[in-house]
Design a binder for this molecule. Structure first.
Ligand SMILES: Nc1nc2c(ncn2[C@@H]2O[C@H](COP(=O)(O)OP(=O)(O)OP(=O)(O)O)[C@@H](O)[C@H]2O)c(=O)[nH]1
Ligand SMILES: [Mg+2]
Length: 257
């Protein structure tokens, strides 16, 4: 990631538009603060991906918050044509506003691992040009694509802050799939999530790990529970929307209110 960050920095000199893709469920934890620095003075579009899995009320707050900060933000299901069409409009509007429509405009897609960057590249190109997969770290190189005669698009590997000291950010990123699977303990992540949820919604019907493991048959012969695999399955279920649309963060101002 250090290498990727360095290369992103190099290429930024020739980039007109930065398209930041963050999971709508974790817009705070999912954003690499470094990008703010790097992308300063560039036209910027923020795509809140996985809108289909996020709580609509929380997403509305994030869109208002981002708009108030001057970013052009859209919430999308990156796998659906309609959402990406709105993103394409936002990119077009941003490049026109900057008076760059005449020459070749270069856009760079950045964001944390597994946030949907390559899915968006493919949707914009209308073909499966970039490799996508449901795990962090699929895209390994910076890669250019031609979007239109005068628009070039660069896909990049996901970047996270080098050291995530915020414990809540750690489990949230892992739960949402932004951390490679061998870098966290799934049972601890599920435990932290469920504690967090119960604190906010004491009457939630979302099961804890124990209940989930029993219901899904993760109890081994002899009565011992396979928590590790149960937790991995729990995380998949969370990301398939089995527990409903759950956002893990709202903007600071809304949180304070
Ligand atoms: N439900 C849902 N799934 C999505 C959405 N966008 C992407 N995905 C899925 O998320 C997974 C990751 O998508 P990618 O496009 O490979 O993500 P990426 O940001 O390029 O990931 P890296 O290259 O690893 O950094 C894939 O399985 C996609 O189908 C979305 O808006 N909603
Ligand atoms: Mg990718």
């Amino acid at each position: 990631m250090v290498q990727t960050t360095r290369r992103i920095k190099e290429y930024l000199r020739v980039i007109d538009i930065v398209i930041e893709v963050v999971d709508a469920r974790i817009p705070r934890s999912g954003r690499a603060p470094l990008l703010d620095q790097l992308a300063a003075r560039r036209a910027r579009v923020v795509a809140l991906s996985r809108d289909d899995l996020a709580d609509p009320a929380a997403t509305r707050l994030w869109l208002e918050d981002l708009a108030a900060r001057g970013a052009h933000a859209v919430a999308i299901d990156a796998r659906k044509r309609g959402g990406v069409a709105r993103l394409a409009d936002a990119i077009g509007a941003t490049s026109r506003r900057d008076g760059r429509a005449a020459k070749v405009a270069r856009a760079m897609i950045v964001g944390p691992p597994n946030s949907g960057k390559s899915t968006i590249v493919n949707a914009l190109l209308r073909r499966a040009a970039a490799k996508t997969e449901d795990r962090a770290g699929v895209t390994r190189q910076l890669q250019w694509f031609r979007l239109a005669p005068n628009v070039e698009l660069m896909d990049t590997p996901g970047v996270l802050p080098p050291k995530i000291s915020d414990v809540a950010a750690q489990w949230k990123l892992a739960l949402c799939g932004a951390v490679p699977r061998n870098r966290y303990d799934p049972a601890a992540v599920v435990g932290a999530f469920h504690c967090w949820l119960v604190e906010r919604r004491p009457r939630t019907s979302v099961p804890d790990l124990e209940t989930f493991a029993e219901a899904r048959g993760f109890v081994r012969r002899g009565g011992e529970t396979d928590y590790h695999n149960a937790a991995a399955s729990y995380i998949s279920a969370f990301n398939d929307g089995v527990f409903g649309r759950i956002s893990l963060e709202i903007p600071d101002d809304a949180e304070a209110a």
